[in-house]
Design a protein around this ligand. Sequence first.
Ligand SMILES: O=C(O)c1ccccc1NCC(=O)[C@H](O)[C@H](O)COP(=O)(O)O
Length: 223
Amino acid sequence: MKRVRIKICGVTRLEDALVCVDAGADAIGFVFYEASSRTIDVEQACAISRELPPFVARVALFLEPAPAAVQTVLDQLRPDALQFHGRETAEFCRRFAWPFLKSVPMGEENVEPRAWADYYHDAQGLLLDANRAGAAGGSGKTFDWQREAAMPDMPIIIAGGLHADNVGEAITRFQPYAVDVSSGVESAPGIKDAERVREFTAAVGRARPGGMERRLSEGATEA
Ligand SMILES: O=C(O)c1ccccc1NCC(=O)[C@H](O)[C@H](O)COP(=O)(O)O
């Protein structure tokens, strides 16, 4: 069974980043959107990044940024990936010649992830979040998981309102490449709560993509 990766977004403090990594996070997200309550400046992000152990990805998140702001972060932080959370065009996302993730605003009606995959085909993955187009994420709200949405054949990251008690269901339902959380592991915006972080990563570890019935019907045995 494939392991579901974990990204913890909106980290603003070194101690929180280290808790996330110790709990098993694969990626840490820094929010460079100035209006966010989780915003971080590039110097702070670099200071945290320098203390991270190997094999932990650093993701730099933007919402409709000026190209120069992205370039500054690329030059100084050299993140593993960019994440664009607004109405950035595919052309804009690729102009930096850097790996990127694109959020899909599942708070909008009639958003079809497969169509986005065609448009953002050179993204490393699509991140399905609960926001509306152009609106900030990190709201702690889920999107309508019941809605029929054809999943494209590229890495899918589920975000929006996840926490330890619902992430297992999200994994069963979507069989994503990764899950992304911010509010659900916080005690206040931008302040991660060590216990919630550990409960979240443990819940991801227990989750069964595709559901137990399906695994058993495929001949798998319960671990
Ligand atoms: O976190 C923010 O403040 C933010 C601002 C502007 C654009 C995106 C933002 N956050 C996106 C995310 O942190 C993630 O998509 C996150 O996993 C979902 O957030 P949450 O519902 O709080 O778990």
